[in-house]
Design a protein around this ligand. Sequence first.
Ligand code: ZN
Length: 142
Amino acid sequence: MGEPISVEVETTFDAAHRLMKHAGKCKHLHGHTYRVLVEVYGRQLDPEQHVLMDFADLKAALKLVVDHYDHALLLNYQDPILAPLRQAVPGLRVATFEDQPTAEIIARSIKFNLQRIIETGKREIIVRRVKVWETPTVAAIA
Ligand SMILES: [Zn+2]
C-alpha cells in the first residue's frame, strides 16, 4: 500500500432534458453540453506501468457510460411526454431515470455505472468524485 493517488479525465456530451416538477424554466424541454470530470483513486500503482489507471482506459470506460446519454433525451420515467414522444418518434433516443434528470442525479448515475465497469481485479480503484457541469458556471458533484 502506498500513498493515496488520483487520476482525472474529462469529457463532454450533449443531451436534452426537462425537470417536470421544476417551478421555473427547467420544466421546459431544453439541452446542455454537459461537461464531466471524473476522479478515480487508489493506493497501488501498476507495478510495471507505474500508473494508477491508464488515462486511455479511464477515458474509454467513461465514454461507454456517457454514450448512453449522448444526443439522447434524459427524462424521468414517469414524465407524461415520454409515451407520446416514443409513439411519434420511432427509435427515440431516450435515457430514463427514476428521479428527475438533474445534474446531481446524472453525476450519481455516472459514478455508479463507471465503478461497475472499471477493472478492479488486482488493485483497488475507486471512483471518488464525478463532477457534472450543466453550464460553464453550475455543477453538481457526486
Ligand atoms: Zn437543464
